[in-house]
Design a protein around this ligand. Structure first.
Ligand SMILES: [Fe+2]
Length: 436
């Protein structure tokens, strides 16, 4: 590899490793993403990083370590005979769900991991970063570079989870502490409601071009999509308040059976993080408690709530093929994590004729599509086949990314998935309806 031009790109201060030019782009992206993850935790105390507020949410320290374990396990241990794991036991503590790799520490008990401490986890990260660069320096095979790319995307997913999990944790504190200062929204009022239509057509669905995608976005295939209309923008708080004021949470005819059972057993009467104060509603955000802004997209609703709202509104949720049809070709622009608002905002510009607004960013949009394999889907061989494929049961697809998703992580074919009752993600609603 000596004849290859090299780039000095230190993974951290203690190290300077030359990287072959062909891996430069990936190496730089790796560094950027790894640094961004650490930066998310800069303002957190060690205590903030350890506590687990519910089984679904993981402590920030666990996320910092698990993303590192991913590179160690799937890249370093495969790519270099000389690499030895940083510390025995981490392969159990920080394995999330890869049964073919080995045993896992139980997910609901991740908050019990007081050791290793935060400093040791930081050292783990630095060690793995350095080893990744040494591997690149030696010249990694194409399949390993693919794993590196997957690990980068995986880490971005966990950046979003750090924020969603932290929001849940901070919401449990009666002092309602803020994670970050509030940033005002660029927009003030919601774009006017409306519909855009698409003709019936045989549509190409799924990823087919250049660039990264997850295995669950493939294979690209054709689907007959009947004529439909989709809302020009997501449902906003003022509309959701109307639903609530109309007794939406008290009308069983609006709810799926599982949804009705859930709101009864959980006592839900508003989206997650909404707080009743006498006759008005407030909401907890990553910037503390604020009034409900009428023009902001409603956020932190379950699939059940999204479905019931749609029924109340005389509409339905889009299928993921409809959603992708509407989003296809649209620029990936919007309110993402980089805006640092960390909260959905009213639309900052009106829609172009016939096009949706806020299709990317702000809120993940529930679709009525069950998370299932595309025709001909094959999970990758080996442990990484567990990444997506084994979850294709009992979950629903969400599309479009949110205000805590990194912008470079999302695309029109991206399929997120959660259980219908989940609402700690930044999940919202966009309506659709058929055309008769
Ligand atoms: Fe993970």
């Amino acid at each position: 590899m000596d004849s290859v031009p090299r780039l000095e790109t230190p993974p951290h201060e203690a190290s300077r490793v030359a990287v072959p030019v062909k891996a430069r782009g990936l190496a730089e992206r790796y560094l950027d993403v790894r640094r961004a993850t650490v930066a998310l935790c800069d303002s957190l105390s060690a205590e903030d990083c350890v506590v687990q507020s519910m089984p679904d949410a993981s402590p920030a320290k666990w996320h910092l370590a698990h993303t590192t374990w991913f590179f160690e396990t799937f890249l370093l241990l495969r790519g270099a005979g000389r690499y030895r794991p940083f510390k025995p036991g981490f392969e159990v503590l920080f394995n999330s769900y890869y049964n073919s790799v080995g045993e896992q520490h139980p997910r609901p008990r991740r908050g019990m991991i007081t050791r290793p401490g935060l400093d040791e986890v930081r050292a783990y990260r630095a060690h793995v970063d350095e080893e990744v660069f040494l591997l690149l320096d030696r010249g990694a095979a194409a399949d390993l570079l693919e794993v590196l790319g997957l690990g980068i995307q995986h880490e971005q997913q966990h950046q979003e989870l750090i924020l969603t999990d932290l929001k849940h944790l901070l919401s449990c504190n009666p002092m309602r502490p803020a994670y970050a200062p509030r940033r005002e929204s660029a927009g003030a009022a919601a774009a006017p409601p409306g519909w855009i239509s698409r003709e019936e057509a045989l549509r190409w669905i799924g990823h087919g071009g250049e660039g990264f995608c997850f295995d669950n976005e493939m294979p690209r295939h054709r689907q007959l999509v009947a004529a439909f209309e989709i809302a020009v923008r997501p449902v906003v708080n003022s509309e959701y308040l109307e639903f609530m004021a109309d007794g939406g949470y008290r009308k069983p005819e609006l709810w799926l059976s599982d949804g009705w059972a859930t709101i009864r057993s959980e006592g839900w009467e508003a989206p997650l993080y909404w707080l009743r104060e006498e006759s008005r509603w407030l909401q907890f955000t990553l910037s503390g408690v604020r009034e409900i802004a009428p023009g902001e997209p409603v956020v932190h609703v379950s699939y059940y709530e999204a479905d019931a709202f749609a029924r109340w509104a005389g509409a339905r949720l889009p299928t993921e093929a409809e959603w992708e049809t509407a989003a296809s070709g649209r620029p990936v622009e919007g309110n993402f994590a980089e805006s640092l608002r960390l909260h959905p905002a009213p639309a900052s510009a009106g829609p172009a004729p016939g096009q949706p607004v806020q299709i990317f960013g702000d809120v993940w949009e529930w679709t009525q599509s069950a998370y299932a394999p595309y025709p001909g889907y094959q999970p990758p061989a080996g442990a990484l086949g567990e990444y997506n494929g084994k979850f294709m049961c009992n979950q629903m697809v969400l599309r479009g990314g949110s205000c805590v998703t990194p912008r470079s992580h999302i695309r029109s074919t991206y399929r997120n998935f959660f259980y219908p009752r989940d609402r700690w993600q930044f999940s919202g609603i966009r309506l659709a309806r058929g055309i008769r």
